[in-house]
Ligand binder design. Structure first.
Ligand SMILES: CC(C)(COP(=O)(O)OP(=O)(O)OC[C@H]1O[C@@H](n2cnc3c(N)ncnc32)[C@H](O)[C@@H]1OP(=O)(O)O)[C@@H](O)C(=O)NCCC(=O)NCCS
Length: 186
């Protein structure tokens, strides 16, 4: 596919003011969803970074990452429903890993629902492994969480093998997007 058929995605650190959009994406992705106040709290938390992915200016995915040297933990990550399975989640993870490398972070971890095989597949493809289980972790329905972790160097090697060193350069196919855009207000 030539570059002329592709459109760029913006990946970067988000600033306060987008809490309503983040909460809206989360409402359709995670249980229990975070409130706008929860996202606002992350913007004022010194150890927290809120990273996002925009398409045509609109936020279509985000991740909340806590970093206390030398370990980072993803507290929340989601891609807007209409933009899933297009590679946005992978690019977001790649951007997180690139950002953490710059901070000399050693490992990245997260919790994921036992039933969430889509997310587990994504994490496993980047080198995450299950290191623990937290029984009845989720307060809404008591589902167990798996704790997954990857050494940053290991994730970087996998991205390099995939020619995926700089996820900011990755693009979405225009044909896929045109069908998506007719169903969204982006
Ligand atoms: C999990 C999530 C962030 C993945 O984002 P995404 O943009 O859809 O994922 P990508 O398109 O980048 O897919 C990357 C990989 O994830 C896995 N994956 C994604 N969607 C999948 C699905 N429906 N079923 C199985 N595996 C899936 C695949 O391994 C895929 O790689 P492939 O395309 O080479 O097969 C997204 O599905 C989401 O927001 N889900 C709801 C919220 C959530 O579950 N967050 C995670 C909480 S821990």
């Amino acid at each position: 596919m030539s570059d002329a058929m592709l459109e760029p995605l913006w990946l970067g650190v988000l600033a306060p003011g987008c809490e309503a959009r983040l909460s809206d994406i989360d409402l359709r992705g995670n249980r229990p969803p975070w409130s706008e106040a929860s996202f606002a709290g992350e913007f004022s938390n010194q150890v927290s970074t809120v990273l996002g992915c925009r398409f045509r200016g609109e936020i279509i995915g985000f991740a909340v990452v806590h970093y206390v040297h030398p370990q980072a933990h993803i507290l929340n990550v989601a891609v807007a429903q209409e933009f899933r399975s297009l590679g946005v989640g992978r690019r977001l993870l790649g951007f997180i890993i690139e950002t953490l490398r710059g901070k000399e972070c050693e490992t990245l971890s997260l919790e994921v629902r036992r039933s969430n095989s889509a997310a587990q597949n994504l994490y496993a493809s980047i080198g995450f492994e299950v290191i623990a289980e937290r029984l009845r972790y989720y307060p809404d329905d008591g589902e167990d969480a798996l704790v997954m972790r990857v050494p940053i160097e290991c994730a970087l090697k996998i991205f390099k093998q995939d020619n995926f060193v700089d996820p900011r350069k990755k693009l979405l196919p225009k044909q896929l997007l045109s069908s998506l855009l007719s169903n969204t207000n982006v």
